[in-house]
Design a binder for this molecule. Structure first.
Ligand code: HEM
Ligand SMILES: *[C@@H]1O[C@H](CO)[C@@H](O)[C@H](O)[C@H]1NC(C)=O
Length: 490
């Protein structure tokens, strides 16, 4: 009877509430900058996550509170060089990943990306790393595939005729994802790579891997696995789960084939001495496919959008001049092109979001603040590329020239976090840069790009996916005008 007594109930609630509040306000994170509410609840953060706006929300907190911000009772975001070095670089590969990465397991297996601790990660990385080394990417068998696909991209765009005779409208985003998909499958399986720029069947596969609207469903899976299991079926009516049957077929059948080229990842993994079974290989391949499409595709898309703006025309001219004056030159020998790509990735790091890690046992001091063990800490490229205005003056301005200045070069490079850093940084970086630069050379040696009249700034605002992001409108229409010799003399 006592349990039903309203007075007893009310006082129990009061006591429990008081204990909770006491725990919160005596938390070691209370001394950190950040909204007071974040001491008590993570609901504000979750709200923004569900609205696909976590990155921008955290950035707004950094703008208000500085490079160190408490964003939830157990979570802190850093946007400083100290933070980057300690969290991602200490001991080589930084702190261990959190269970957030369980969401990236494939076929129930842990891939290199979804391993949580140093040891498991190092074991897998030893097998895969050399296939992504620059020397392997720069082999002609690898580059030829990229060049061929870039040629098909141009072909594909020039066929999508719109408006007047010499103006083409290209659905750049879709085409760039095809390009990135074909590029990465070439590297994974050649000669079994895809041809989505020409074959509609392969394009369907690409769409399945990339047009992923499972964000909300997977957030529920992460925050409340039990609930997700209970109401998964109902939930999937409102928030789609992630399913990729066509892509599964592609990787699983590719992994059973023999005779892939020496430079490919598959060739390496099939080496018996590594003891990987078919499912391990397929999981790893599907993961690299997913990791290589949205990122490279959206980074290129956003960069071409920026280059196409009226205020960027001088940048575009200078890029065209450098490319035409050095035709036949290797893509990695063009300093202005390099600056343009760096600036594109600075303004729009395709993975702009927090990369969550646990503070190791015993706790650590990060950027001057003592942080207890098991706290979730992270940096997000979007903020690391903007907060320190001594390193990146006028951070919202797309200005490739900043990368050509000698002053501050080291700081810029150290704060550049588009590929993350340390031992768990992007393994596909050299492949991604080769793909981006090859395509930009092919486009800007032939065309001037302009935004299509139907596109707005808001269309190109970032919208978060689980870890990468995309333009809010999920499209990017550009006009391609063929270059005429005379223009370049101006
Ligand atoms: C512009 C293009 C790209 C960007 C901006 C990018 C960015 C990143 C970032 C920030 C990480 C660290 C993620 C984390 O710690 O949670 C990462 C990891 C990774 N990326 Fe990329 N990436 C790009 C292209 C690629 C490509 C083309 C591949 C190729 C197959 C690839 C494969 C991977 C893999 C396998 C990892 C996991 C590495 C590890 O855990 O050791 N990425 N990437
Ligand atoms: C995302 O968050 C930022 C900063 O809090 C805000 O200015 C912006 O309006 C938000 N965008 C959307 C679509 O909610």
């Amino acid at each position: 009877m006592l349990l039903l007594n309203p007075f007893f109930l009310a006082s129990t609630c009061l006591v429990l509430g008081a204990v909770y509040v006491w725990q919160c306000i005596s938390s070691p994170l209370r001394k950190l900058p950040g909204p007071t509410l974040t001491l008590f609840t993570s609901w504000v953060l979750k709200y923004h996550e569900f609205r696909a706006n976590r990155t921008r929300y955290i950035h707004s907190l950094h703008l208000k509170y500085g490079p160190v911000v408490r964003i939830a009772p157990n979570e802190v975001s850093f946007a400083s060089l100290e933070g980057v070095k300690e969290i991602y670089g200490s001991g080589g590969s930084g702190y261990d990943k959190t269970e957030f990465y369980d969401l990236f397991m494939v076929y129930g297996r842990r891939t290199m990306f979804s391993t949580l601790n140093k040891e498991d990660h190092a074991r897998r990385k030893r097998i895969l790393a050399d296939r992504y080394a620059n020397t392997n990417i720069m082999k002609s068998s690898s580059l030829d595939g990229i060049k061929e696909r870039s040629g098909r991209f141009i072909e594909r765009c020039s066929r999508s005729v719109g408006g007047s005779i010499d103006v083409f409208i290209c659905k750049v985003k879709r085409r760039l994802h095809d390009y990135a998909f074909d590029g990465v499958t070439h590297h994974l399986f050649h000669p079994y790579g895809s041809d989505s720029l020409r074959d509609p069947k392969d394009e369907e596969v690409m769409k399945q891997v990339t047009f992923d609207d499972s964000l909300q469903n997977r957030l529920v899976e992460y925050y409340n696995p039990t609930l997700h299991e209970l109401i998964g079926n109902i939930l999937s009516v409102f928030a789609k789960p992630r399913e990729t049957p066509l892509a599964d077929d592609l990787v699983i059948s590719a992994c059973q084939k023999t005779g892939s080229d020496q430079f490919t990842l598959l060739h390496r993994m099939q080496d018996k001495s590594y003891g990987l079974d078919h499912m391990d290989m397929a999981a790893e391949c599907l993961d690299h496919m997913a990791a290589g499409i949205d990122t490279t595709g959206d980074a290129l898309c956003f960069l071409m959008w920026k280059l196409s703006q009226p205020r960027s025309m001088s940048v575009q001219r200078r890029l065209q001049q450098e490319i035409l004056a050095n035709s036949g030159m290797a893509f990695d020998k063009l300093p202005y092109l390099d600056a343009v790509v760096s600036e594109g990735l600075r303004c729009f790091p395709a993975i702009p979001m927090s990369l969550p890690r646990y503070v190791p046992p015993g706790g650590r001091t990060i950027d001057g603040y003592p942080i207890p063990e098991k706290t979730i800490v992270s940096c997000q490229a979007y903020s690391a590329h903007r907060i320190d205005q001594a390193v990146f003056p006028e951070p919202e301005l797309f200005n490739p020239d900043r990368w050509l200045e000698e002053k501050g070069e080291l700081d810029r490079k150290r704060l550049f976090f588009a590929f993350a850093s340390g031992g768990r940084g992007c393994i596909g970086k050299h492949l991604a840069l080769a793909e981006m630069k090859t395509l930009l050379i092919d486009v800007y040696s032939r065309y001037t790009t302009l935004p299509d009249g139907s596109m707005t700034e808001e269309d190109m605002e970032i919208s978060d996916l689980l870890i990468s992001s995309q333009p809010r409108a999920k499209k990017c229409l550009l006009r391609l005008e063929p270059l005429r010799g005379g223009e370049m003399l101006r």
